[in-house]
Design a protein around this ligand. Structure first.
Ligand SMILES: Cc1cc2nc3c(=O)[nH]c(=O)nc-3n(C[C@H](O)[C@H](O)[C@H](O)COP(=O)(O)O)c2cc1C
Length: 270
């Protein structure tokens, strides 16, 4: 008489089930244990982009410690977008507004911390706007040198997330950099091209009356035109992404964005 166990459908299913459970525990364990590393890499990438837009970072030249050191020179401030004023100590004491934990993108989805934008005001295609924004300031010898503003808006295929950096005059561009976008590589994805980004420093985002005046033109800017200081060449073959960039800049520099805050800085009140 044979002692070998009989292969039954039940046993096959049991082996498959045990294998599934073991594999899912391994995958879930790896995902959980790698989460802090992913989060810290994401944070580091964000800081790298802020430094890059601020003209303080050349790719490949800095390690993590140096990025932290350079970024440490910036002060984080929380701005009430409607009034353009910094939050009071009392407001900062609210746990959901604590600067070290505040997540602006998450806040934009929270009805208590954001507001829906009416269609005609939503030129950046973001649907909701947070009430409080986080800005990064670089001060040297008591003078404001750089203002880093988080911006986002729809291009052709995706929402582009990035930073616009202005000089202490709150009008001259230091740089523009995106840390997350899914436009087509070689077309809209050229927003990341260093050659295109090099066209931005020195541009003026406001005109003499304080109106938002930055303009992305189709083709090339006429360098002899007096308007050239407000204009940047469009991305070739990617007019729709270029329009998205222009619209988001107009939104974030305008009345519903950082307009009130920047006008306070220009008026010496912030
Ligand atoms: C597969 C594919 C991907 C495209 N990706 C982009 C893009 O990321 N951004 C963009 O503005 N246009 C993109 N376009 C082109 C647009 O459809 C449109 O033709 C273009 O924005 C017009 O720009 P132009 O007037 O400078 O040629 C893409 C077209 C195709 C066929």
């Amino acid at each position: 008489m044979s002692t070998a166990r009989k292969e039954t459908t039940g046993r096959t299913l049991l082996v498959a089930l045990v294998l599934c459970i073991v594999c899912s525990v391994i995958v879930a364990g790896a995902a959980v244990s790698l989460k802090p590393v992913q989060t810290s890499n994401k944070q580091l990438d964000r800081k790298k982009n802020i430094l890059s837009a601020a003209g303080m970072f050349a790719p490949g030249e800095h390690g993590a410690a140096e990025i932290e050191e350079l970024f440490g020179r910036f002060t984080v401030r929380m701005v009430d977008l409607d009034s353009g004023e910094y939050l009071s100590e009392e407001q900062l004491a609210r746990p959901e507004l604590a600067p070290e934990r505040y997540d602006q993108i998450k806040a934009a989805k929270d009805p208590k911390l954001s507001e829906a934008l009416p269609g005609d005001a939503d030129i950046a295609g973001i649907k909701r706007r947070e009430k409080v924004a986080q800005v990064y300031l670089l001060e040297e010898e008591g003078r404001l040198q750089k203002i880093v503003l988080p911006i986002r808006g729809y291009g052709l295929w995706s929402t582009l997330y990035g930073f616009l950096v202005l000089e202490g005059d709150a009008s001259t561009v230091v740089g523009l950099a995106y840390y997350d976008q899914k436009e087509t590589p070689g077309l809209g994805g050229e927003v990341d091209n260093p050659k295109w980004k090099a066209l931005w420093p020195g541009k003026q985002v406001f005109d003499a009356e304080g109106a938002v005046s930055i303009d992305i033109v189709k083709g090339s800017v006429n360098r002899d035109s007096p308007a050239a200081v407000h204009q940047v060449d469009g991305l070739s073959g990617a007019t729709l992404t270029s329009n998205g960039v222009e619209h988001m800049l107009h939104f974030w520099l305008g009345e519903r964005g950082f307009g009130p805050y920047l006008s306070r800085i220009r008026g010496g009140q912030a």
